[in-house]
Write a protein that binds this ligand. Sequence first.
Ligand SMILES: O=C(O)c1ccccc1NCC(=O)[C@H](O)[C@H](O)COP(=O)(O)O
Length: 221
Amino acid sequence: MNRVLYRTRIKFCGFTRPGDVRLACELGVDAIGFIFAEGSPRRIEPEEARAMRNALGLFVDAVALFRDNSVDQVREVIRQVRPSMLQFHGSEDDAFCRGFGVPYVKVIPMRGLTSAPHPHALQARYPTAAGFLFDSHDEGELGGSGETFDWSKVPLGMQKPFLLAGGLSADNVFDAIVSTLPWGVDVCSGIEVPGRPGIKDGERMRKFVEEVRRADCYETG
Ligand SMILES: O=C(O)c1ccccc1NCC(=O)[C@H](O)[C@H](O)COP(=O)(O)O
């Protein structure tokens, strides 16, 4: 497949500082993720996210991440942050996810799977999802682990766009894209200062974007 002129979307996740958000936008990312999951070291309050949302560049989406949060918590984030997309990491079903009237992405935990999830089964379970995100954590675990999963388990023939996540960095995102041809890639710890969750590293962000663009210009034949 000739991938010249293809553009892999980029989502950077787990921001805690407006300056990092501004730099990410200048680097040309498509979406910025704010984490509201209980127990996450990158969890922020809706007020903090609202300030960072206001720092977003033109045409950059705000994505709000949840993991089995209450209806009231999700509503409060929507009220204050006005995300253009919700991302659910827990055991939420389609009825819960669609109930807020904001498009949503459902995260599929990939750790420990012996075979690829079936695209029709995902579609049947989450019929109103705007897309899916394949991440490396196990069912019931937090995301943002910085670990990869077996990319051969990414299903072929997905009916909706999907994002690849889990342990991506400038060192492996080229191979990840060429191997799985995702709609987009999502990274959290791979663009951070090591050992400092939520503190993004400008040079790591820049290199990540550069490697995605390099993959976009690569002809797989
Ligand atoms: O990052 C967290 O702390 C977190 C906690 C609970 C739910 C989701 C969380 N992060 C979501 C993500 O950012 C993705 O899982 C991420 O793209 C993959 O993380 P990483 O392997 O660190 O790149």
